[in-house]
Design a protein around this ligand. Sequence first.
Ligand code: ATR
Length: 343
Amino acid sequence: MQVRMGSSTTPRLEGRVTRARFLNLDVARRFAYNRAVMVSTGGGLTASTRICAVVGHPVRHSASPAMQNAGIAALGLDWRYVALEVRPEDLGAAIQGAGAMGFIGLNLTVPHKLLAFELVDLLDESAREWGAVNTIRFEGCDAGGGWRPLAEFKTESPREVRAHGFNTDADAIVQSLREDLGLEPRGARVLVLGAGGAGRVAALRLARAGARALFLVNRTRSKAEEVAAAIRQKEPGVEVEVGYPTGGVDLVLNATSAGLGAGDSLPWDPSAFELHQARAVYDMIYRPAETPLLRRAAEAGCRTANGLGMLLYQGAKALELWSGQRAPVEVMREALRGNVYGD
Ligand code: ATR
């Protein structure tokens, strides 16, 4: 196998750069890199260091490594969390390879969450319920035939490894609404904007949490109708309508991607719904910290929160699934804020 290393930064062997000098430069660069890793993670990489990763395409924007490495360090684990860019057609090989190499676990991000559902060996109830996998825990079969998280295999080697798929996204929505907005979904009237992957799960999860009425709005109306039909079938006690409410609501939840880009259109029609009809507004977008929706909502006197909490709570739950320990949520929140907003 040919391995191409650092093509953009490694000097080519030409002109006055001799092979010996090249090697010295390379060693120096690696030394600097390893020192930077030690400083940023609080310890050196050893032969027993284990790996976790977020897998996506693209993935370089991900704030998960900063958040998870801070949590891992606070728990005193000899693990590192990296971001790996994997094309959808390679996802099966990547999951299998990660298990074979004794990775602790993986997080899946866009566009892999639905695909991973088909690729894991075992689905947790959370993944089956929401139809998507955002967390994989690798588990090993021990000498007695029992399956345990790979994190628990310290000296022995497992006889076999399997990928166990979970969904920690859906519960993170409800947790973030509670913790960041002080909003209890039970009995609430909610306007959900967006009926893509995130909007569907959010609407279904709110219905499961006992929301009284859900109003679903999506640019492509047929998708909102599909989600409404799914809720009527799964949660017949919840009132569901496609379209804007006439009266007030407890919450407007934006699950569209409108607001991510500087020139994006607003995710709702202000002539059909005025924000002062809402007590609280949640935007799943967290970059920028204040989207045009959240700015207008604050001006209208609504309580507001962005989606950073969702990212935090899904990650904290993943770390708990892998480690069996309580996640250091505040440490992870600080690291996330530092990475995303630079504060
Ligand atoms: P995700 O997994 O993040 O939900 P998705 O499934 O692609 O991503 O869904 C994106 C959502 O944002 C959809 O509800 C989409 O509306 P359509 O179903 O009509 O495509 C919505 N969306 C994207 N851009 C939008 C815009 N400019 N205005 C309103 N809605 C928008």
